[in-house]
Design a protein around this ligand. Structure first.
Ligand code: SF4
Length: 348
């Protein structure tokens, strides 16, 4: 019988995912369905299913978007040619790329322009890695963190840059970094790393959780890179750790003999699923937070969407003579709203 659930804080939605989910919610509220989205808006089954019910069609090929349709590009960042094609086809194109992914795209372009050989540490086929590598395919070598540098050979060992997918496990990134720093003493890399604040905070929290829990459940989908990284970090710390999309995935034998169960969630997993998982565990003494740090990052809605909503607001105010000067409009009010609230309305 599980006595207690320890709930990691921070867990779940990061600022990039908040922004992306709220952006797509705006799109389905503004436009008649279908609204198209290139790639899953975030890598989570429940979120994708909720938007499909609301009239979103997810595509992996941008040419499937009919000319003149509204389209959104996912939070993971898209290749430049996809952005160009989407802008051409769509009536309205909103790129919901996370600003921290955009930062890595800029680094790729900058280093390629300076004629560096770029090692990009990431997972082959992952949307974020595909988008980043596409910024300068001739200059970038994708290295899987499990494989390491292997036979990588730069043109000039004095001009090598090391960049990374934002959602890797810290230990995976550090493994490649240590090796590269020895091989290439003049290695250029991001000041701390490209791993984002949400990735590092959630991994630090699960390390702490692993000290106090007998078993850990990580809520998130199979194709969520940061969720999978959390599972690996929990296991590396020696605590049995399992990924679940929701309560339906929990195997009773995982919890046998566990008094304290740790629960956390990947950056794209809705809190609604976390609450359902806790309810299914049904701890006799309830749940309590294991708080490590506060997160107050906020990423504004994409510029194109902000502009579009402002125009709509102006038109509606003019038509109905409801303009009240100096009152905040929906864009100014955005920080007050959460993606969790938006998903509640969509029935997650
Ligand atoms: Fe952005 Fe990090 Fe969230 Fe990815 S995990 S969307 S990089 S904040």
């Amino acid at each position: 019988m599980v006595e207690r659930v320890l709930l990691a804080e921070p867990r779940g939605f990061c600022a990039g995912v908040e922004m992306a989910i709220k952006s797509l919610t705006w799109m389905v509220n503004i436009f008649e369905p279908p609204v198209y989205c290139y790639h899953e808006i975030v890598h989570n089954q429940a979120v994708v299913a909720a938007f499909e019910r609301a009239g979103v069609i997810f595509v992996d090929d941008i040419t499937e978007v009919p000319e003149g349709s509204p389209v959104m590009l996912s939070a993971h960042g898209s290749a430049p040619e996809i952005v160009a094609e989407a802008s051409q086809r769509a009536a309205v194109m909103v790129d919901a790329v996370c600003p921290l992914v955009t930062k890595v795209h800029h680094e790729v372009k900058l280093m390629a322009k300076k004629d560096y050989d770029i090692i990009y540490v990431g997972h082959e086929g992952h949307d974020e890695a595909v988008g980043a590598v596409a910024e300068a395919p001739g200059a970038v070598t994708l290295i899987d963190p499990d494989q390491g540098l292997g036979s990588f050979q730069p043109k000039d060992p004095g001009r090598v840059a090391l960049l990374a997918q934002t959602t890797l496990g810290m230990h995976e990134w550090e493994g490649v970094l240590d090796d590269a720093a020895v091989r290439y003493p003049e290695l250029i890399t991001a000041r701390r790393s490209d791993l984002c604040y949400a990735t590092t905070n959630r991994q630090t929290a699960i390390r702490q959780l692993a000290q106090e829990a007998d078993t850990i459940l990580v809520v998130g989908s199979k194709n969520s890179s940061n969720t999978q990284a959390l599972v690996r970090v929990g296991r590396k710390e020696g605590t049995p750790s399992y990924r679940v999309d929701g309560p339906e995935d929990i195997k009773p034998e995982w919890l046998e003999g566990s008094r304290v169960v740790g629960v956390t969630a990947g950056a794209s997993a809705p809190d609604q699923r976390v609450r359902e998982v806790i309810a299914a565990i049904n701890p006799t003494q309830g749940d309590s937070p294991l708080a490590l740090t506060d997160e107050d990052e906020y990423f504004p809605l994409p510029p194109m969407l902000r502009q579009f909503v402002k125009i709509l607001q102006t038109v509606v105010e003019a038509a109905f003579a409801v303009r009240k000067p100096n009152l905040p409009g929906p864009i100014e009010m955005d920080p007050e709203h959460s993606a969790t609230g938006a998903l509640d309305l969509l029935g997650v």
